[in-house]
Design a protein around this ligand. Structure first.
Ligand code: ZN
Length: 356
């Protein structure tokens, strides 16, 4: 291993817009402690989480300075004490979330509920850097032919979608599943998982271009929720007034009321986010008359992530990549995400200092 103990990293010293993303040329390289590995970053996928962490989240303090970026693939280059695997040189993708290992939730395998949980790029330094460290148990070895850029498109969105569609939503063959915001990373993953189960999928998106991409990924019906103001009625028409079985929600305030209205008897609304705002109205009559289930979903367990990444490694699920950009273009990359100008993931590669 090189003796050079510094690295290039995008560091946030204070909260704010893209202007607070500072490319540091000689930031201290992390040193793996007992049970930890050091990973040379191959690629890092961006998520809205990175923008939330950069802007500052009310009620959810993040430590500063911070390196964001939670979707990380790379090569194991050093072991801390008591670590023997994965072997040095193994290509891995990282589960960014882990718990204290000792509380009641962790004992149930629910590190996502741990009250002193860890998250790369949010509570721990992430992958917008040349190196990152984490517990060795977070590393999932990759098949040699799988690309770092593909693997870095997987953990957060596919882990989130797996728990929503499979564990919490219990989607079954022939269910009608409505996916809100088909162009987002979770939407793309949820569509593929619902199709893999055998469900029929109605994808909704804000532009025809995103809907065309969703059609290519297997969506059965497409609804433009910007031009079709009564899209909940459209969904009832598509389903011959029966309504949908499951709605996969991450939009929040802007779509909530219609998401409730488009569900049929016994329908399940599964929500993992509220990107358009957290406050919405629920017409309670729909909830009791149709015996609706409103189900929260937050993250993934380590086993859920291993299963969904395993499906991707078998090419049963495909990460969709919008663009791959070098670390130097991080501000531009995050702007793409904020402008919702993407279908699929924006991936950052640390590259060489002169590669930009
Ligand atoms: Zn715990």
């Amino acid at each position: 291993m090189s003796q050079r103990q510094i690295m290039r990293a995008v560091v946030i010293h204070r909260h704010g817009g893209p202007e607070v993303l500072k490319l540091e040329a000689s930031w201290p390289r992390p040193v793996p402690g007992p049970g930890e590995i050091l990973v040379k970053v191959g690629a890092c996928g961006l998520n809205y989480l990175d923008i939330f962490a950069r802007n500052g989240m009310p009620g959810e303090e993040v430590p500063l300075p911070l390196i964001t970026g939670g979707d990380i693939s790379g090569t194991v280059v050093a072991h801390g004490q008591n670590v023997t695997s994965p072997a040095l040189g193994t290509p891995v993708v990282l589960d960014p979330n882990w718990g204290c290992g000792a509380c009641e939730y962790c004992h149930d395998g629910l590190q996502l509920s741990c009250l002193s949980g860890h998250m790369l790029g949010e509570r721990d330094d992430g992958g917008l850097a040349e190196f990152v460290k984490c517990p060795a148990t977070q590393a999932i070895p990759m098949p040699p032919e799988y690309k770092f850029e593909e693997a870095a498109a997987l953990p957060i969105t596919f882990g989130t979608a797996y728990r929503m569609v499979i564990t919490r939503g219990q989607v079954r063959p022939d269910d009608v599943v409505v996916i809100l915001g088909a162009g987002g990373g979770v939407g793309i993953a949820a569509l593929q998982l619902a199709k893999l189960v055998g469900a029929r999928v109605i994808d909704t998106a804000s532009t025809e271009k995103k809907l065309e991409c969703a059609r290519k990924l297997g969506a059965d019906y497409l609804v433009n929720y910007v031009t079709d103001k009564e899209w909940d009625q459209t969904i009832r028409k598509i389903t011959a007034k029966r309504g949908a079985d499951v709605v996969i929600e991450s939009v929040g305030a802007a779509s909530w009321e219609k998401s409730i209205r488009c569900l049929g008897k016994g329908g399940r609304l599964v929500t993992c986010g509220a990107t358009s705002g957290p406050m919405a109205t629920t017409d309670i009559r729909y909830v009791f008359r149709r015996e609706l289930n409103i189900i929260g979903s937050d993250g993934w367990t380590h086993n859920e992530l291993r299963r969904v990444i395993g499906l991707a490694f078998q090419r049963k699920l495909a990460p969709v990549i919008h663009s791959v950009l070098p670390l130097e273009k991080i501000a531009e990359a995050e702007q793409l995400l904020e402008d919702r100008a993407v279908f699929g993931k924006v991936i950052i590669t640390p590259g060489a200092p002169d590669a930009a």
